[in-house]
Design a binder for this molecule. Structure first.
Ligand SMILES: Nc1nc2c(c(=O)[nH]1)N[C@H]1C(S)=C(S)[C@@H](COP(=O)(O)O)O[C@H]1N2
Ligand SMILES: [Mo]
Length: 358
């Protein structure tokens, strides 16, 4: 949590227009002796302290324990959509038996008549859904906060599959389940991922069943051939390898997956009933992803680069504070067009004196 605590996100919307901000920040760079084109050399990155040393961008483990974390320090304004082969993985493709073949998604439960969608039908109904970020609620220092990423998705709006059936009176909530059978169990993770939503939750979030990521069919480890994406919610709700969509009654018990993640998705305790779960939304957050060290005519200077994501609206104004020091000061930031993805910010900083700063 320490990286997030470094930063203070604030909504000064409307007080400082983007042009005024840009002027101030260019001046900040000049003051630090690092105006664009000036004589400055980037001499390295300052490592973060207190983080794990597992290799990043490498598939580790298998089944439910399989992970791949993104190296966040590589992000640039031109590369804010993560290529599929580098996208983070939480739970690898299940190698157990029992996957539907050919794949199909059943919409059933409290309905007058089940509706079965073939993969061909889902692909034919898919359309571009835009860029959306997914973050694992278990994202932390152990994997250097790399269980997060944005990609461009195509899929079918959840509402169009939900509305494809006539529901019975008892139908109140929607349970989305994925095939998740691994030949080897993993300690601490529960198989058979599923999450229960209200139709409104899914509608408001703009949830969709994705069939493609970055213009190609989903990679195996990211939910091939079809996964749920719930924009703005933690990744644990974005069920991969979807097989069943069921209309269920209001008092239905929470799923094992909802209980497993209760402590990381704003729940009070571990509620027994699905209806007592709050939306697993990602709140506004910001953190540095790299600290560049530069050598200038006037000594060492640092450029702190970070991301901001989450929340319901794009963050317009963001400030950084150094301890000991002054501030908070506004960072240089081009806000994302939508809150469903991340954006980069940066800040030139010159320490007033040698010392240790947070
Ligand atoms: N079937 C299934 N879906 C799942 C999971 C799982 O273990 N099984 N893990 C969830 C969690 S915790 C996260 S963070 C996201 C990660 O998606 P990704 O691996 O494509 O990045 O998938 C979600 N969907
Ligand atoms: Mo997760």
């Amino acid at each position: 949590m320490t990286r997030r605590e470094v930063l203070e996100a604030s909504l000064l919307a409307g007080l400082l227009g983007p042009s005024l901000l840009a002027g101030r920040l260019a001046a900040g760079g000049v003051a630090a002796g690092i105006a664009p084109g000036g004589e400055a050399r980037r001499i390295g990155l300052v490592p973060f302290v207190g983080e794990g040393s597992e290799p990043l961008e490498t598939l580790l483990g298998d089944g439910l324990g399989g992970r791949r974390a993104l190296d966040l320090s590589t992000l640039t304004p031109e590369a804010l959509i993560v290529p599929s082969e580098r996208f983070f993985v939480r739970t690898r493709y299940p190698d157990g038996r029992g996957a539907p073949s050919p794949w199909r998604v059943v919409v059933g439960g409290h309905v007058r008549r089940e509706r079965v969608f073939s993969l061909e039908e889902l692909r034919a109904r898919s359309r571009p859904m835009g860029v959306h970020l997914i973050e694992c609620s278990g994202n932390g220092p152990r994997r250097r906060f790399g269980l997060i990423g944005a990609a461009e998705w195509s899929g079918v709006p959840a509402s169009s599959l939900l509305d494809s059936v006539n529901t019975r009176r008892a139908a109140s909530r929607v349970r989305v389940s994925g095939f998740d059978h691994h030949s080897r169990p993993a300690p601490g993770s529960v198989p058979r991922a599923s999450w229960i939503f209200t139709g409104d939750d899914l509608e408001r979030a703009g949830a969709f069943f994705a069939t493609a990521m970055n213009g190609l069919p989903l990679p195996l480890d990211n939910g091939h051939p079809v996964r749920l994406v719930v924009p703005g919610w933690y990744g644990c709700a974005s069920i991969k390898w979807v097989t069943d969509i069921a209309w269920v009654e209001e008092s239905v018990p929470a799923t094992a997956q909802m209980k497993e993640f209760a402590s990381r998705t704003h729940q009070e305790g571990i509620p027994e009933r699905a209806r007592d779960y709050r939306p697993a939304e990602v709140d506004t957050a910001a953190m540095p992803i790299r600290v560049e060290k530069w050598w200038t005519r006037r000594g060492a200077a640092y450029r702190v680069v970070g991301i901001v994501w989450g929340g319901k609206r794009p963050v317009r104004s963001l400030r950084i504070r150094f301890d000991p020091g002054t501030g908070p000061e506004s960072v240089e930031h081009s806000p994302a067009g939508a809150a469903s993805t991340w954006s980069l910010w940066s800040y030139w900083w010159k320490p007033p004196a040698p010392g240790r700063y947070r």
